[in-house]
Write a protein that binds this ligand. Structure first.
Ligand SMILES: Cc1cc2nc3c(=O)[nH]c(=O)nc-3n(C[C@H](O)[C@H](O)[C@H](O)COP(=O)(O)OP(=O)(O)OC[C@H]3O[C@@H](n4cnc5c(N)ncnc54)[C@H](O)[C@@H]3O)c2cc1C
Length: 365
């Protein structure tokens, strides 16, 4: 099978890139692993988030903003092609605070970043009364919030499904249950899968999440990513009472409240633990006390794909030019950037985004 691009990994990152390339008329084959693979795209919190990102790396903040700005158009086009709503809302999001000191400290950091971004960092501080006008169910423990106007959220499973359907509707190939075992480039790339499937491609994108740990070194990457678990809770469907999302809770388009998300080093264990679920539930109850009446219907754990500094990695291989590594821990937030702007970088176009600060060379090994 011959193609312009072989994309290894059919999570939100690989599919967003595939969609962007297809829209430019490129031929794409997506190879996605086994059912038991780790899939952050199926276990995440669904935030399309800008605030607090890139506090120490303004280019990252800008990249998230570019993605957020392109997000409505992506949601609309995927909704049209796939015929389903993504549950995307972009009416701002909250960073809640439980003490005046922490609110002031965070505001000071945001002001510094805002200056670095030439003023383009639209946030406002809501005291308790102002917040209660926006969110009548808010608990007394919350002293205030930062409302950032570029934030939003989406149904991540609908996003993933819409991406997969849209890629398929353009008549291209998404091969599932295909674990790539080797990539060689005698002339062009030869990508081999565990069951003998072979794809030849002009270029290869390695967007296999944690699968990059094994495949990366074969392609000349260090791929220094590791797992970081997050546990989630979802409640029964409830009448709408949360107007905007936060890191503690958000009400999804179907009515359930998603509560999260822990941050724990657990190796490759993506299970759940009662202690951690109790801790995230307790925090959510501080924010929205009325949740005490809600029934929990499901809990799950999933593994983030973390680089040593938590930022993205975009790197072309020195050993295999034409092979690219893309890994990130904000694949939902960056879906529009990956679909709209990353193809220019893969194509080496003059309009390619400047991704120099995201090279994996930044890490000392
Ligand atoms: C608990 C949690 C909460 C999160 N919350 C948010 C959030 O609110 N907002 C946000 O933007 N991001 C969030 N994230 C991060 C986001 O989910 C990830 O950045 C994103 O899903 C990564 O997508 P991916 O396609 O790179 O990886 P994955 O979804 O992990 O997909 C990788 C794919 O590669 C395939 N694969 C692996 N190895 C091979 C191989 N050898 N051959 C072929 N295929 C292979 C696998 O089968 C898999 O389908 C969260 C993550 C977690 C875990």
């Amino acid at each position: 099978m011959d193609t312009d691009y072989a994309i290894i990994g059919g999570g939100v990152v690989g599919l967003s890139i595939a969609w962007g390339l297809l829209k430019r008329g490129k031929h794409v084959v997506v190879l996605d692993g086994e059912d038991g693979s780790f899939r952050a795209s199926r276990g995440n919190f669904g935030l399309v988030w800008v605030q607090s990102k890139g506090l120490n790396q303004p280019r990252y903040a800008e990249w998230c903003q570019q993605s957020a700005a392109a997000r409505r158009a992506l949601a609309d086009e995927l909704g049209e092609v796939s015929g389903r709503s993504l549950g995307f809302e972009q009416d701002g999001g909250y960073d809640f605070h439980f003490s005046d000191e922490s609110l002031e400290e965070t505001v000071a950091k945001y002001e510094v970043l805002k200056t670095k971004l030439d003023g383009n960092y639209p946030f406002e501080v809501l005291g308790r009364n102002a917040l209660r006008r926006e969110e009548p169910e808010i608990g007394d423990a919350v002293v205030g919030a930062i409302l950032h106007h570029q934030d939003g959220h989406v149904n991540p499973l609908h996003l993933l499904q819409a991406l997969a359907q849209s890629v398929l509707r353009l008549g291209r190939k998404v091969l599932t249950g295909k674990t790539v075992t080797s990539v060689n480039n005698p002339s062009g790339f030869l990508v081999k899968c565990s069951e003998g499937e072979m794809v030849t491609a002009d270029k290869v994108v390695l967007s296999a999440g944690l699968g990059a740990v094994d495949l990366g070194p074969m392609m000349g990457f260090r791929a220094p990513v590791s797992p970081l678990r997050g546990q989630n809770i979802i409640t029964e469907k409830l009448p709408r009472f949360i107007n905007r999302p936060s890191l503690y809770a958000r009400q999804v388009n179907e009515g359930g409240v998603q509560i999260g998300v822990s941050t724990e080093k657990s190796g490759f264990d993506d299970g759940v633990t009662v202690d951690t679920l109790a801790a995230i539930a307790a925090k959510a109850l501080e924010v929205y006390p009325c949740l005490k009446r809600a029934q929990v219907v499901r809990t799950w754990g999933a593994l983030r794909i973390m680089s040593p500094d938590g930022l993205r990695i975009y790197q072309e291989s020195r050993d295999m030019p034409g092979a690219f590594l893309v890994t990130c821990n904000s694949g939902v937030s960056l879906a529009a950037a990956h679909a709209r702007f990353l193809p220019d970088w893969l194509e080496g176009a003059d309009t390619a985004p400047d991704l120099e600060v995201f090279r994996e060379d930044r890490f000392a090994f």
